[in-house]
Design a binder for this molecule. Structure first.
Ligand SMILES: NC(=O)c1ccc[n+]([C@@H]2O[C@H](COP(=O)([O-])OP(=O)(O)OC[C@H]3O[C@@H](n4cnc5c(N)ncnc54)[C@H](O)[C@@H]3O)[C@@H](O)[C@H]2O)c1
Length: 274
């Protein structure tokens, strides 16, 4: 095997992907599977996880769709126990469960003082706690293994102010902050071979934001048009454009990379709009 292939080698590793029935998780799972990683797609929506696993299996790669609630420590532990019965280790954790909740947004006819606090808590749990809890369970396993790569999913909403999505933004900012904190903790107290990073996707069409960004005929809504206008590359991202960054962060090619929040955004995060 040549040096570069060895650097990016992931063959034989096992990855747990939460929110595994989702659009981005499906694409990431597909990419990792084609690098020889055994993929476990875990979701509260078992049907969607199994469907994404089916797409991967069609490519003659290894994947399973399982039920797991990323907000329930017992469910997470059960899933990890089942995975470790069939595999020696969990080498990669991708925390992709998440999304927005309409009640935690401030629509143009409302102000921050109309904020629904219950929905604010819900969106916080859906994104932050769903990252924290699997990280604690799998992090403990990786600490025993003395190796592993954890990849969280942050967002542009954690880097820039984006109208309406106040709850989601706060939750993703917490994900970014926890990514750095956990990277420090794992490296200093457990092993320099356990790394924690995040990707921060720009705007990709998923189930959670399709109606917000596109009309039923596929053309961009006014908000979608603003996003494209403020993205120097002038378009939404395609889900499989996340794969390269995930392969890098999961592999030894990133052996000295930890605590990084990597934008994959066509330039949205640095563009002033002017
Ligand atoms: N699509 C984008 O443009 C975009 C941009 C930035 C960040 N993100 C983030 O990327 C991640 C995936 O987004 P997507 O667009 O693929 O969304 P998606 O709605 O297609 O997928 C999210 C998945 O998470 C699952 N889920 C929800 N609660 C769960 C729980 N408690 N336990 C397990 N699974 C649970 C859902 O069933 C769903 O299958 C999310 O964290 C999202 O916030 C998406």
């Amino acid at each position: 095997m040549n040096y570069i292939d060895k650097l990016f080698k992931l063959e034989g590793k096992t990855a747990l992907i939460t929110g595994g029935g989702g659009v981005l998780a499906g694409a990431i799972g597909c990419g990792l599977a084609q690098a020889g990683v055994k993929i476990i797609l875990a979701d509260i929506n078992l049907e969607k996880a199994v469907a994404n696993a089916g797409t991967i299996i069609e490519k003659s790669c290894s994947a399973h769709g399982i039920f797991m609630d990323a907000l329930d420590p017992v469910s997470i532990r059960d899933a990890c126990t089942r995975i470790l019965k069939e595999n020696d280790s969990i080498d990669i954790l991708i925390n992709a469960a998440g999304g927005n909740i309409p009640g935690a947004t401030i629509s143009p006819d409302k102000t921050i003082f109309d904020l629904n606090l219950d929905d604010f808590d819900r969106v916080s749990d859906l994104n932050y706690k769903s990252t924290l809890l699997p990280t604690l369970e799998v992090g403990r396993i990786m600490a025993r293994q003395k190796s592993g790569s954890i990849i969280n999913i942050s967002s542009m909403a954690a880097m820039r102010t984006i109208t309406r999505v106040v709850g989601y933004s706060a939750a993703k900012a917490a994900v970014s902050n926890f990514t750095r904190w956990m990277a420090m903790e794992m490296a200093m107290k457990h092993s320099g071979l356990i790394r924690v990073n995040a990707i921060a996707p720009g705007f990709f069409i998923g189930d959670q934001n399709r109606a917000l960004l596109t009309n039923p005929d596929g053309t961009p809504t006014e908000r979608g048009r603003l996003v494209i206008q403020n993205t120097p590359m002038g378009r939404f991202g395609e889900a499989d454009e996340l794969i390269g960054a995930v392969l890098f962060l999961a592999s030894d090619a990133a052996s000295f990379v930890t605590g990084v929040i990597l934008p994959i955004d066509g330039g949205f995060s640095f563009h002033s709009g002017v």
